[in-house]
Design a protein around this ligand. Structure first.
Ligand SMILES: [Zn+2]
Length: 396
């Protein structure tokens, strides 16, 4: 046993500790242990609790009830657990999530993931959010989030059953709208819905091959309950994009469901207008407002090289940008490589063209040179008036 002086890394105060064991071990502890002093530790813990309380209040959660110490502890438990649920709803199922959600004893399977479309899930989460007893959170601290939620399912009022004729009609409508590939990869159905300016795909199963098509390939993002893509002027019609998504999924072996018969047929026959991916648009903000932006989807070095040959072009991720005055070269480029102009880019062309045409055209007359004497030539005579009278004010 020996006494050592150590320094707290937070407040730099030195204090004395007693260490036991062989000298080697003591040396190791001195160098590697966290020597934060008790006062600083308590301060850090309080800061974490206060931060958790602020986060919970910001998330609209009720204030906890209990003793001061219970509340402080329960706040951090609540932040951590609701954080796990948020991750689950966002579809981020990684190992740390799975283990926080279910523990290590339960396998990593899709059925174990949170099903956001199950009404009991929303109900269980709401019950959890309303739970204001600090003691309850502390009592539940060893129980994994998934188990807590599943237990809360039982408190959901029974889902009201439809009368048989409605149930039959529902089944018939859904069956009619469903298209199966010859050999489906899974029985989970991808339901595709068309909005006014968006397309949505529901697919309550986590699969890498589905992600590859919908997220990586078609640019859909997770909205919290389904995969969604908002469509702008350069993306084509929602009906075309829905049929395209259906076609790609069907071809990859997924069962699809589309209620609109025309869109469904277009997905099967591939008669939709494919998405045009080469675009020239107008930049409205950022470093190059009022410039053309040239974008394309395929990974093409030669397109990049061709675009960068345009005078004054620059690369501004993810586009090649060109100033408006180069509109003629940009139009040539568009014609040559099948780029389309967005309405904004078309307006930019018109504006640049008008500016060019209204500029004054003139053949400038060569400017006269000032005639100055060369050394050796005879200097020009100065005309000195015969009577020089100097004004009073210029007199010295
Ligand atoms: Zn300290």
């Amino acid at each position: 046993m020996a006494k050592y002086s150590v320094e707290c890394p937070a407040c730099n105060k030195s204090y004395t500790v007693q260490l036991y064991g062989p000298g080697r071990d003591r040396e190791y502890k001195l160098n590697n242990w966290d020597w934060t002093c008790d006062a600083c530790r308590e301060k850090q813990r309080q800061e974490e609790n206060a931060k958790a309380a602020a986060e919970n209040a910001a998330a609209g959660l009720p204030a906890l009830t209990g003793t001061e110490k219970q509340i402080a502890w329960a706040e951090t438990l609540r932040v951590e657990r609701l954080g796990v649920i948020r991750k689950a709803l966002a579809g981020e199922y990684d190992y740390s999530y799975m283990s926080a959600f279910w523990g290590n004893s339960i396998g990593y399977t899709d059925e174990k993931c949170l099903q956001p479309e199950d009404p009991r899930t929303a109900h269980a989460i709401e019950v959890l959010r309303r739970q204001a007893s600090a003691r309850w959170w502390i009592d539940q601290r060893e129980t994994k989030v998934g188990i807590v939620l599943t237990a809360l399912f039982a408190s959901h009022p029974p889902v009201k059953e439809d009368p048989p004729e409605i149930r039959e009609a529902k089944e018939e409508v859904l069956a009619e709208a469903t298209v199966r590939p010859e050999q489906p990869k899974t029985e989970t159905v991808a339901e595709i819905r068309v909005g006014e300016k968006s397309v949505e795909v529901s697919f309550p199963e986590k699969r890498e091959d589905f992600w590859q098509i919908i997220k990586k390939g078609l640019g859909y993002t997770w909205s919290g309950s389904s995969w969604k893509r908002s469509l702008g002027v350069t993306h084509g019609t929602p009906a075309d994009r829905a049929a395209e998504a259906g076609n790609k999924l069907l071809a990859a072996g997924f069962i699809i469901r589309i209620l609109d018969p025309a869109i469904r047929q277009a997905a099967i026959d591939a008669t939709f207008e494919p998405e045009h991916t080469r675009w020239i648009s107008k930049i409205i903000a950022g470093e190059y407002p009022g410039w053309f932006s040239i974008t394309w989807k395929e990974d093409s070095r030669s397109l990049y090289d061709a675009a960068r040959k345009l005078k004054r072009s620059k690369y501004s991720k993810p586009a090649v940008v060109v100033p408006a005055e180069q509109f003629e070269a940009v139009l040539d480029f568009a014609g040559m490589y099948g780029f389309r102009l967005s309405p904004g880019a078309q307006a930019l062309v018109d504006m640049a063209r008008t500016a060019k045409e209204s500029a004054l055209v003139a053949a400038p007359v060569p400017a006269k040179k000032e005639a100055l004497p060369e050394p050796g030539s005879k200097p020009a005579c100065l005309n000195v008036p015969e009577n020089v009278e100097v004004d009073d004010e210029f007199k010295d």
